[in-house]
Design a protein. Structure first.
Length: 308
C-alpha cells in the first residue's frame, strides 16, 4: 500500500442561482493539489500551503478537521503530513474551503485502502467546510468530492444525487479580484421568505433540473434566477449588473453569483459567443481599473481524483 499520494480536488460553483445551499457543480482547471504522506505517529501536520495564507494548525485548517473527523469514525490513530497547493484564491466564491476539505478526506481514504465509499466521505468533508463557513452546506463540497452537477436533497439525513448535464455546456468564471467572506455573505440572507418568493424560487429549481435533463437552454436561462441571495449579494460585486447584461447580450444560457461571490458564472453552449463575452468583460473591468480573472471551463464530472 502506498505511503504517499497526490490528489486533485476541483473548485465548484454553488447555489447556481435558485438552488441556495442545495445545488452546485464542479469545474475543470481550478482546484487544490493535495499531497498526503503517512507518518509514524498519530499527528496531523500541515507542512505547507502554497498559493494562500491559511492556518497550518490542524484544529484550524479545514483539510485536517475533515480528516480528523473521518479518522475518529474509523477509530484510526494513523498520522499524516499534508501539503496543499491552491490553484485559485480563497474568498473567490469557488469553494476554496470545500476543495481542501474534500481533497483531504479523499486522499487519506485512498492511503488507508478505501475503507469508505467516496459518497460516505461527504459527511466528514462537510465537517471541515462547516468550520470555514460557520454553517453546514454541501453545495460546494459535494460537487468537489463527487463531481458533476450535484443536488443536496436532504441534510438530515445527508442525501445527494447527480443530474446529467448537456455535453455542449461550458462555464465562464468571472472573478473581479475583491474578497467576500462566506460567513459575512451568508449573514445577508433573509431569515424569512414570503410565500410568493418561496413559490417562485421552488419553481425555478424545478425548471433548472428539467432544463438540464432535456438540454432546454431557454428554460435553463429562465430558471437560473434567484430571489433569495442575488438581491442582497449582487451589490457587493463590482460591475455585476454590467456583466449580466454583457453575457446575455452574447447569448449566455444562464448567469448568477458563484457561491457567496465575488465570482460570477455564465453558462454558454457556443464557443464563439463565450469568446466575444470575454472580450467585452475584460474591457469593462479595464475601464473600472479593477483586476479581473477569467476562467473558461467544462463541468468536472469526476470530482476528487488521484494524480500521483
Amino acid at each position: 500500500m502506498s505511503e504517499t499520494i497526490k490528489i486533485f480536488a476541483p473548485a465548484s460553483v454553488a447555489n447556481v442561482g435558485c438552488g441556495y445551499d442545495t445545488i452546485g457543480f464542479a469545474i475543470t482547471g481550478l482546484g487544490d493539489e493535495i499531497t498526503v504522506t503517512k507518518r509514524d505517529d498519530e499527528k496531523l501536520i500541515v507542512k505547507e500551503i502554497i498559493g494562500a495564507d491559511l492556518p497550518l494548525e490542524a484544529d484550524q485548517n479545514v483539510c485536517t478537521i475533515g480528516i480528523q473527523a473521518m479518522l475518529n469514525h474509523l477509530h484510526s490513530k494513523q498520522g499524516f503530513d499534508i501539503t496543499i497547493k491552491k490553484l485559485f484564491k480563497p474568498g473567490s466564491g469557488l469553494g476554496s474551503s470545500a476543495s481542501s476539505a474534500a481533497g483531504g478526506v479523499f486522499a487519506v481514504n485512498e492511503l488507508l485502502g478505501n475503507p469508505l465509499s467516496k459518497e460516505a466521505l461527504l459527511e466528514f468533508a462537510l465537517e471541515g467546510e462547516a468550520f470555514a463557513s460557520k454553517c453546514y452546506h454541501a453545495d460546494n463540497v459535494g460537487p468537489s468530492l463527487l463531481g458533476g452537477f450535484q443536488v443536496i436533497r436532504s441534510y438530515d439525513p445527508l442525501d445527494t444525487f447527480k443530474v446529467p448535464v448537456p455535453e455542449a455546456l461550458q462555464v465562464l468564471i468571472i472573478f473581479p479580484d475583491v474578497v467576500i467572506k462566506t460567513a459575512e455573505s451568508k449573514a445577508l440572507i433573509p431569515k424569512v421568505l414570503d410565500i410568493k418568493t418561496a413559490r417562485d424560487q421552488w419553481s425555478n429549481v424545478a425548471g433548472l433540473i428539467h432544463a438540464l435533463h432535456t438540454a432546454n437552454y431557454e428554460l435553463l436561462k429562465q430558471s437560473i434566477v434567484d430571489y433569495v441571495a442575488e438581491p442582497v449579494r449582487s451589490g457587493m460585486i463590482p460591475g455585476y449588473d454590467e456583466v449580466k447584461k454583457i453575457v446575455f447580450d452574447h447569448s449566455a444560457v444562464g448567469f448568477n453569483i458563484s457561491g457567496s461571490g465575488p465570482s460570477m458564472f455564465a453558462l454558454f453552449n457556443d464557443d464563439h459567443k463565450i469568446a466575444d463575452a470575454e472580450k467585452d468583460i475584460k474591457n469593462l473591468y479595464q475601464s473600472k481599473k479593477l483586476n479581473l480573472i477569467l476562467h473558461r471551463a467544462k463541468l468536472n464530472n469526476e470530482g476528487c481524483q488521484v494524480i500521483g
